[in-house]
Design a protein around this ligand. Structure first.
Ligand code: ATP
Ligand code: MG
Length: 541
């Protein structure tokens, strides 16, 4: 049964006792120690006057304290509002003001960044700073360690239950901001039920690999090694928090947190902690496969490499099977507005359909609608806009009634993604509607051309962006990065695409980018940055 609230997940977790839940560098926190810290910090927040519905912001990179702040605030019914740790001072100010947060829990680095903006955030009543070396003498600011101690000492906190709070499945739980790939990030307000739905879809995705083969999923084996996830993506996005952290916590698994993404460090941690699940976003999966140092480590504990959140080249499945023959490849589609996972593809299904993000979870429903009217439902096989319905959907955007009315319609989320469904309900994401180019009346789906380029052995990174053209509207330009030692020139890459795709899809120009393409915290290529290249140039005739 789905736990009715995040608080209920915390209550259930206590049964795991002294098993390790969080690993960060040399720090290890057991489930029992974590529970005590959640109880202590929940009490502190209530003592500061935090009530149900009040926003508590978290501004930290992945640290045990992030997880603590998340569950402590959620356990007393506050609306947890994680902000993007990559944001600048003014962007963080936007997040704090937009959400009207009463409390902020921040790490020392982010504290430096926001301190001069605090006078612009009138709702803020208290700021907890973690891992700050210096003394703080400010009435609004406290050191988190003074309240709960350091993570290594959480087990010594008093044994007391969670403070009282009455929380139901329809109460608001979180505001997560979208990744800002296509515009200014928007906060999506989600209920307890919506957030916890992802626990169900994550587990169902694992089971489906067996059910499709006509087998029963294996019963949980108490002697099996603890499920261990390598957390290499930020917790402030739904993929990190909802798709990785929450299901692992619920299942008594272990989370190995990375200070920052680094493939060698990832290999070390996989070996040391016997990690069973790695991945997160496609770029990370690629780096795990391609890094030559991979062969120096014992990575045999890996049972799954899975990812979502951005287009994954079909080629990736085969490469995962070669590099990690014992692990099941998986991918899923979802968005902040759907609290992470809606579809998932894995195992043999994924091998057979390497370009699909899988069918919808049992509790969700997908439709392809005519983008022109947003109403007409298109038949299987046709490309249109993807609409998604299910208990995981957020309620609305926080503070944005107009954008909410466009996106949240009668229980459906209008995704802005172009997709098709096959006869069996497998979903194929074609492109973001905003990324699609129309060249003299012909549709060009950038993802298709990018995937074609990724098949070329010299390509590490590829993006297709539209350049304004006076008569054709737009024309495709490729921006690529070559692998170290990779060799290909413009003529060769254009010929490569021309052999495989229709002539109108062939990039008119290939630009070589000296380093990996600019990405946001979720690993998504920021095409807006690349388009700036062309903004200064005159439109081609
Ligand atoms: P913003 O909405 O602020 O522009 P964003 O859409 O990138 O940013 P997220 O909610 O993190 O913010 O990402 C959801 C989007 O990611 C989806 O709409 C889709 O375009 C893309 N996406 C997610 N999963 C997949 C997948 N498996 N395959 C292809 N694209 C995916
Ligand atoms: Mg979006």
């Amino acid at each position: 049964n789905l736990p009715p609230s995040l608080r209920a997940v915390v209550e259930m977790s206590r049964a795991q006792g002294e098993k390790i839940f969080l690993v960060y560098e040399d720090e290890r926190v057991s489930f029992e120690a974590f529970y005590r810290a959640v109880s202590a910090f929940g009490r502190e927040l209530q003592a500061q006057g935090v009530q149900k519905g009040d926003r508590v912001a978290i501004i930290m990179r992945n640290l045990p304290e992030w997880v603590l702040a998340f569950y402590a605030a959620a356990s007393i019914g506050a609306v947890v509002t994680p902000l993007n740790a990559w944001w600048t001072g003014p962007e963080l100010e936007y997040g704090l003001v937009d959400s009207g947060a009463k409390i902020a829990v921040v790490d020392a680095e982010r504290y430096e960044r926001i301190v001069e903006h605090l006078h612009n955030c009138p709702d803020l009543q208290r700021i907890y700073v973690s891992r700050e070396e210096d003394e703080i003498a400010h009435p609004l600011i406290a050191k988190l360690e003074q309240v709960v101690g350091e993570p290594a000492a959480w087990g010594a906190l008093p044994d007391q239950p969670l403070p009282p709070a009455d929380i139901g499945p329809d109460d608001d739980a979180t505001i997560f901001y979208t990744s800002g790939t296509t515009g200014k990030p928007k906060g999506a307000l989600a209920t307890q039920r919506a957030v916890n739905s992802n626990i169900f879809t994550a587990m169902a995705a694992g089971a489906r690999v067996f059910l499709r083969r006509g087998e029963m999923p294996p019963a949980p084996d108490p002697a099996a090694p603890q499920r261990t996830g390598l957390l290499s993506i930020p917790l402030f996005h739904v993929t990190g928090c909802f798709a990785s952290l929450n299901p692992t916590f619920f299942n008594g698994g272990k989370i190995v947190m990375m200070r920052k993404w680094d493939p060698i460090r990832a290999f070390e941690l996989i070996e040391r902690e016997r990690v069973t699940l790695a991945g997160g976003v496609p770029t990370i999966a690629w780096q795990l496969i391609e890094h030559p140092a991979r062969v120096n480590y014992d990575l045999s504990s890996l049972e799954g490499v899975s990812f979502g959140g951005a287009p994954a080249a079909p080629e990736l499945v085969r490469r995962i099977r070669e590099a990690f023959p014992n692990s099941i490849p998986g991918q899923g589609w979802g968005m902040t507005e759907t609290c992470a996972t809606v579809t998932s593809n894995g195992g043999e299904d994924y091998i057979n359909r390497p370009d699909s993000c899988g069918p919808a979870a049992a509790v969700a429903e997908l439709q392809i609608r005519d983008p022109a009217d947003g109403v007409t439902v298109l038949p299987a096989g046709e490309v249109g806009e993807l609409w998604s319905k299910g208990p995981m959907n957020a309620k609305c955007y926080w503070n944005k009634p107009e954008a909410s009315a466009e996106t949240f319609v009668d229980g459906w989320v209008r995704t802005g993604d172009l997709a098709r469904l096959d006869e069996e309900g497998f979903c194929f994401i074609i492109d973001r509607a905003k990324d699609m180019l129309i060249r003299g009346g012909e549709n060009i789906y950038c993802v298709e051309v990018e995937n074609c380029l990724y098949d070329h052995p010299a390509i590490m990174d590829a993006a297709i962006v539209g350049r304004p053209h006076r008569t054709l509207g737009e024309e495709p330009v490729a921006v690529v990065t070559l692998k170290p030692g990779g060799d290909a020139d413009e003529a060769e890459l254009r010929a490569w695409v021309a052999e495989r795709l229709a002539a109108f899809k062939v990039p008119v120009e290939v630009r070589f980018w000296p380093e990996t393409l600019p990405r946001n915290a979720n690993g998504k290529i920021l095409k807006s940055e690349l388009k700036k290249l062309f903004a200064q140039e005159p439109a081609t005739a």
